[in-house]
Structure formats: structure tokens, C-alpha cells
Write a new protein. Structure first.
Length: 444
């Protein structure tokens, strides 16, 4: 009976996919009709509609990613976690959709699809809770993923145009409706990068503020901190180093540097004199470095500042490379202790460093003994996955704890995943998926 219901829903989702373009065009045109004049009230309305459009884009992006993970994790505790997220994102997307001034007929298919996804997630969870296999849902999940992907692409196109000021919603009229570009030119939702944020597995770390690494280190003076900051940037042509005060939340000296070739911000720990954050602002030249050379420059810079780490993730964008580095002990990558370095691709100069997680965690003793046999890893992941590599990994969990795992880098249908299995019992702890964007490969 459940399979019959699933087959019927598949037909509905295929119909929904066909109508996505019409829905998205109606979305933009309807937004234009709602914004008829330049009054202050209409400005507020426009901002509200744009905010809901952005929220809808975020919800659909998350929904697509979670469904792609569910395709390769159809059973077990992690599947129930994913289904909870799928249910929540589908409801949130439908709420954002309902807050937009869209003709009811135009939005009907999309809203119906999102409601079906939410209902499906509940049915799927009930199936797993009753001890049944979720593999019978695999075909439906993949069909849902494909439809969610199409819908996400259509909405992301509108989000990109609005956020880049390439489309003035007020100038869209019934006589001159906005038309989507061909599908091969559709741009995805832009990702906003803070100055020194890098993507890669567990790049966000944990929200802990106790710097264990410095517990037994001597205190340093402001004068010492200035000398340490100056020595870290020998190629900048440092002219002045001035104090920006002490951090209110962290035990750091914050410094501003003016140099012949650019300016910089540096934070130095009050104990131990370690550089925790560094950002350099200067003009960039033509790209001259490849991935291997950029990684070598990042490793050399981190090592020179006293961080014993190896490159574990690389992303190049806009003339710079973002490289995550971590200690590797007994073939176990310590993702809990990340150091992140930004390298200029014109000459290999380090333009940024963030070592907070390393200094929060690195002094602790960790168990790196991988109990489960590495050869068992391919048998514990979905058999459709093509395993690219396997290595040990110590990963941070959302509850602040750490877990020793095997990291399986894998591929399925041109989608790339990182699957983390408990190193003792083989349970799936986490799945991450790389997502192509204008900035490179992101991890979600």
C-alpha cells in the first residue's frame, strides 16, 4: 500500500517539475505588481517581499542538499535526522512561499510539492521507527531531489539577479514580463563570505571560548604583541603597528598595521603570544600559483607561526586560495583543530589566518586508535557510492563533543560526499555534500 502511494506521489512530482518555470515567472511578475509606487510604505513592502524571496531560496537550497544526502543514507539514525530536516525545510519553504504575493494558481503546484515532501518525510520516519528498511523509498527520494533541484535553480536565479542589482523588480510589467535565461546560464544563490571564512569539512568548528592551548603559557605585553605581529608579515613593509585595544570576549591583543604594500589586522594571544587571526588588504596581481604551490605556501606560513598542521581542504576563488589545515596524527585528521589560511595566488603571500579552533582544542589528549577495520568501510555505506578515499577523522559534534570516525570521500551520480562512520561500531555519524557555486566547491 505504501509503495502504491509513493508511486502516485512520483507522478505528482514529475508534473510539478514541468510547471516550475511558469511558477517562477509568475513569482517575479507578481512581485512587480505588488510594488506600484515609490512611497515609503511600498519600500517596506518591497523589502519584506525580497526577504521572503531570500528565505525561500535558502529553504530550497537546504532541502535539495538534505534530499541528496538521504539518497545515500536510506536507513538508520542519520536518516531520521535528515528526514526531520527535510520536513522542517519543506514547511519553512512553504511558509516563505505563502508570504509572497503570488497568484494562487501559479503557486499551487509548488506548494503542493512542498506539502507532499513534508508528508513523505513523516511516513518515511514512521517506516524506520517500525524497524522496516527505508530502501523502498529510494526511488521516490531521488525523484523528489530532482524536482527540488529544478525548483531551487529557478528561485536561485531570481535571488541572484535581485541581490546583484541586475533586475529592478519595479520595472517588470505585464507588457514586458521578465523571462528566465536558458537553463545552462542559470546562476545559483550567491554565498556571502566574511573576510576569512573557508569552506571544507567542519570549517565552522564549535562555539567554545576557553583557550586551553595557553593555560600554562606566560603572559606577554602589548609591546611584545606588536613585535610578534610585525615579524609575521616581513613582506608587507610594516611602517606602524597600533593597538585597537583588547578583545572584550577573548584574551587577545587586537592590532592594526600600516605597511608600504598594504594594511593588516592581527590579533595576538595575551598568553603565549600566538597569532590567532590575521587579515591583509592589498591589491592582487595575475594568478601564478597552482594548487600544490598554494598549499605549500599555506603550510609553510602556518608552521612558521608555530602550528604543526597539514593541508586537508583547498578552494580557489577571486585570485586567492582558501586552505584548511589540521594536525594529522596516525592518519587521523583532527578537524577539531583547524587552522585556516588565505593565500594570494599571484605570489604565494599569506593574506589571512584563523587559528581559533586549534588554540581552543589542541592541548587535549585524544584517542586516535581506529577500532574498526578500514576494509569494512565500503560495506557500511550505500552500495551505490563510489568510494574515492578513506581516512581517519576526529570530528566536532553539534553538542560540543568529539567523535573518532572514518571519513569516506565518495561519489554518486556526479555528486560528491563525505560520509563519517563511527570508528568503533560503523554507525553513520554525519554526511556532508560538496555543492558547486560561483565561488567553488562548498560543503553542506
Amino acid at each position: 500500500m505504501e509503495q502504491t502511494i509513493v508511486r502516485k506521489k512520483n507522478v505528482g512530482w514529475m508534473i510539478t517539475a514541468v510547471s516550475l518555470m511558469l511558477f517562477s515567472v509568475c513569482l517575479v511578475v507578481s512581485l512587480a505588481f505588488a510594488l506600484g509606487n515609490n512611497s515609503r510604505a511600498q519600500d517596506a513592502v518591497e523589502r519584506g517581499y525580497e526577504r521572503n524571496l531570500y528565505d525561500l531560496g535558502d529553504n530550497l537550497s537546504n532541502l535539495e542538499v538534505n534530499l541528496s544526502k538521504l539518497m545515500i543514507a536510506p536507513d538508520g539514525k542519520y536518516a531520521t535526522v535528515l528526514l526531520t530536516d527535510v520536513y522542517s525545510e519543506a514547511l519553512a519553504a512553504n511558509k516563505s512561499l505563502s508570504m509572497l504575493p503570488i497568484d494562487g494558481h501559479a503557486a499551487e503546484d509548488a506548494s503542493g510539492f512542498l506539502n507532499q515532501v513534508a508528508d513523505f518525510a513523516i511516513s518515511y520516519q514512521n517506516c524506520i521507527a517500525s524497524g522496516k528498511s527505508g530502501r523502498s523509498f529510494a526511488g521516490s527520494v531521488e525523484s523528489m531531489y530532482n524536482t527540488a533541484k529544478k525548483l531551487n535553480e529557478e528561485i536561485a536565479d531570481s535571488v541572484s539577479l535581485v541581490s546583484e542589482n541586475k533586475m529592478n523588480i519595479r520595472k517588470v510589467t505585464s507588457e514586458k514580463p521578465y523571462s528566465f535565461r536558458s537553463s545552462d546560464k542559470i546562476s545559483h544563490t550567491p554565498v556571502q563570505y566574511p573576510e576569512l571564512i573557508y569552506d571544507g569539512p567542519f570549517s565552522d568548528g564549535r562555539d567554545v571560548e576557553e583557550y586551553r592551548y595557553f593555560e600554562n603559557e606566560p603572559a606577554i605585553s602589548l609591546k611584545d604583541a606588536k613585535e610578534i605581529a610585525k615579524a609575521a608579515l616581513p613582506d608587507l613593509g610594516v611602517k606602524t603597528v597600533t593597538s585597537a585595544g583588547k578583545s572584550e570576549k577573548e584574551p587577545l591583543y587586537e592590532l592594526m598595521i600600516s605597511g608600504e604594500r598594504g594594511d593588516a589586522y592581527v590579533s595576538v594571544s595575551e598568553r603565549g603570544g600566538k597569532i590567532i587571526n590575521l587579515s591583509v588588504w592589498r591589491d592582487l596581481g595575475a594568478n601564478m600559483l597552482g594548487e600544490n604551490n598554494a598549499k605549500a605556501c599555506a603550510k609553510d606560513f602556518a608552521n612558521r607561526l608555530g602550528y604543526d598542521v597539514e593541508p586537508v581542504w583547498y578552494l580557489a576563488s577571486g585570485g586567492v586560495a582558501y586552505i584548511n589545515l589540521a594536525p594529522v596524527i596516525n592518519d587521523v585528521v583532527m578537524y577539531t583543530d583547524l587552522v585556516k589560511v588565505k593565500v594570494a595566488l599571484d605570489n604565494g603571500e599569506a593574506l589571512g589566518l584563523e587559528a581559533k579552533n586549534y588554540c581552543l582544542n589542541h592541548c587535549k589528549e585524544r584517542n586516535t586508535s581506529l577500532t574498526m577495520n578500514r576494509a569494512a568501510v565500503p560495506t557500511l555505506v550505500d552500495d551505490r557510492l563510489d568510494i574515492v578515499s578513506v581516512r581517519g577523522a576526529l570530528i566536532p559534534l553539534d553538542n560540543g563533543e568529539e567523535r573518532l570516525c572514518y571519513e569516506a570521500a565518495a561519489k554518486y551520480n556526479d555528486l560528491y560526499y563525505f560520509v563519517y562512520l563511527d570508528a568503533v561500531n560503523g554507525e553513520t555519524v554525519k554526511i556532508m555534500r560538496t555543492v558547486d557555486s560561483a565561488q567553488g566547491n562548498l560543503v553542506m
